[in-house]
Design a protein around this ligand. Structure first.
Ligand code: SF4
Length: 314
């Protein structure tokens, strides 16, 4: 495997490259967009020189939620829709850990929707990735909240009845949202730059990644993939800038990511696929900064755990 300098980080005596973060062999379908997203995440980890034992990935249930198995970091493959509260607990008690969350559209926008709203408002420092393939893939083509209206699925064979939920617009509508961006698995340079910006953000960085599922939603993103002119790229000196991406996606929209009203207007207009940074405000209050849990030694944490378990022992 050839590794560029960008993809190789060095901390003290330790060197990292993409292989430093490899876990089990990914078992997603051939052509699944999750493969490219995993590579982009591994590039981020290597580029930022994140120690695997100081990094944790939390997921719920779904195809994309297998993510932690494919990394050599710590991982928590939890319950459906519950990745965000688990990650919040981890970050509150272990603020030294680099905390990432991986969710699918059913996981985040349906059963986990309440957690999504409050995690956004609590603004705890983490990167939350929504891998949105517009369908429940693992359970074989059930309508999800982001399934396009009219799309025929196994649960709504006459076509999805309702307009799709808009995760970017919804997040921007939540009080105290501090970072909202959108990228796509088929735009790897843009995705990598977006992940870097999200990781650098002090607070809850929400990134919706449009993700191809060549098994169940084959055509949903086909036009966007094959015709770059249909994509609008949000550009601004304070946004996500990648010259190669801007050369490919020539349809540019100047957007100041500090302008929340403009971000909401852009997000609500679904006439084009938009990639870029919709909103960022690093000054928003963070629950983890306000309610900082005092650091405890490993022995103190073990004593607390024993005490808690004793309360439930028969
Ligand atoms: Fe990926 Fe779709 Fe296969 Fe799931 S069913 S692994 S989302 S291609």
């Amino acid at each position: 495997m050839s590794i560029s300098l960008l993809e190789c980080g060095v901390v003290g005596e330790r060197e990292y490259d993409l292989s430093s973060y490899e876990g089990s062999v990914a078992r997603w379908c051939s052509g699944c967009g999750d493969h490219g997203i995993l590579t982009a995440v591994q590039r981020l980890l290597a580029g930022e020189s994140l120690d695997p034992e100081q990094t944790v990935f939390v997921s719920g249930i779904g195809c994309s939620s297998r993510f932690p198995h494919y990394l050599s970091t710590y991982g928590f493959h939890g319950l459906h829709g519950r990745a965000l509260p688990v990650a919040t607990g981890i970050k509150m008690t272990r603020p030294d850990l680099h905390t990432f969350v991986v969710m699918g559209d059913g996981d985040c926008c349906s059963i986990g929707a309440g957690h999504w709203m409050h995690a956004t408002r609590y603004n705890v420092d983490m990167v939350a990735l929504l891998l949105d393939n517009n369908i429940y893939g693992l359970t074989k083509k059930q309508t999800s909240p982001t399934t396009p209206q009219g799309f025929e699925s196994n649960t709504q064979p006459r076509g999805s009845y309702l307009p799709a939920l808009n995760p970017v617009s919804a997040t921007l509508g939540i009080t105290n949202a501090s970072f909202v961006a959108q990228s796509a698995d088929w735009a790897p340079a843009h995705l990598f730059a977006t992940l870097k910006a999200a990781y650098a953000h002090p607070g809850f960085a929400f990134v919706r990644i449009l993700q191809r599922c060549p098994v169940w939603t084959v055509d949903v993103f086909r036009d966007a993939v094959q015709q770059p002119q249909l994509t609008e790229l949000l550009i601004h000196p304070d946004g996500i800038r990648e010259p190669d991406v801007e050369a490919l996606y020539k349809n540019h929209v100047e957007h100041d990511p500090s302008d929340l009203d403009a971000a909401r207007s852009l997000a609500e207009d679904t006439s084009a696929v938009r990639l870029g940074l919709f909103y960022r405000d690093a000054s928003r209050p963070r629950y983890d900064a306000i309610r900082r849990v005092p650091p405890r030694t490993a022995e103190a944490r073990m004593a607390l755990l024993d005490e808690e378990l004793d309360r439930h022992a028969v």
